[in-house]
Design a protein around this ligand. Structure first.
Ligand SMILES: O=C[C@H](O)[C@H](O)[C@H](O)COP(=O)(O)O
Length: 217
């Protein structure tokens, strides 16, 4: 199977977790894109979805799924999203597509976080994938200097503005031995909106597309 076929397969497996759920949290990315395509079959049967990005919102609307405001729906039963890296502890790096802030908000507001990945995303230690950090534009240089003090090499993702009108620094060369601690430390730098470590609120279920099967962790 190609990597994209694996993504499609895990996206389909995630449908198991939305049985009897009326409002679904929907992430962002090429894996979730397949999930949204499958969600189209539930049109009319579900109330709608809460979306983590303008990109997913556009896709959801295109397939006929109403997009709802998180402020009016309260706690979500389930949130389905991809990841750039995931560990056996279900800690993740996310934000390769720049949607990390809204993703973290929806993850925090959901009872169950279902992470869907192909096997290339599974790692023992986070940090090979450059860590995305969403930053208020005027704080970019200051935050970059603070990230260097932590041992990282931040690279400004030029020409990218997030859905929240901020910028992204991708931090290379970080060995993320204690993800919870580093998540807290980077979150505490003034000017940081969100760091792409998802460890304080890890996934609850990880579906991994491997070979021609889906493994549940
Ligand atoms: O900002 C993007 C998200 O965190 C994605 O969930 C992540 O980058 C994985 O995307 P993909 O499924 O395209 O690999």
């Amino acid at each position: 199977m190609t990597q994209d076929e694996l993504k499609q397969k895990v996206a389909q497996a995630a449908l198991h977790y939305i049985k009897d759920v009326s409002i679904i949290g929907v992430g962002t990315g090429s894996t979730v894109k397949h999930f949204i395509d499958y969600l189209a079959d539930f049109k009319g049967q579900i109330e709608g979805a809460v979306s983590s990005s303008e990109m997913s919102t556009a896709h959801l609307k295109k397939v006929g799924i109403p997009v709802l405001d998180l402020n009016s729906v309260g706690t979500l039963d389930v949130y389905v999203d991809g990841a750039d890296e995931v560990t056996p502890h279900k800690h993740m790096i996310k934000g390769g597509g720049g949607a990390l802030t809204r993703e973290k908000i929806i993850g925090a507001a959901s009872k169950q976080f279902v992470c869907i990945v192909d096997e290339t995303k599974c790692v023992d230690v986070l940090g090979k994938f450059p860590l995305p950090v969403e930053v208020i534009p005027m704080a970019r240089s200051y935050v970059a200097r603070e990230l260097v003090k932590l041992g990282g090499q931040p690279v400004w993702r030029e020409n990218v503005i997030t859905d929240n009108h901020n910028v992204i620094l991708d931090v290379h060369n970080l060995d993320i031995i204690d993800p919870i601690k580093l998540e807290q430390i980077i979150n505490n730098i003034t000017g940081v909106v969100t760091v792409g470590i998802f460890a304080m609120r890890p996934a609850d279920v990880v579906l991994v597309g491997k070979g021609d099967e889906v493994i549940t962790r």
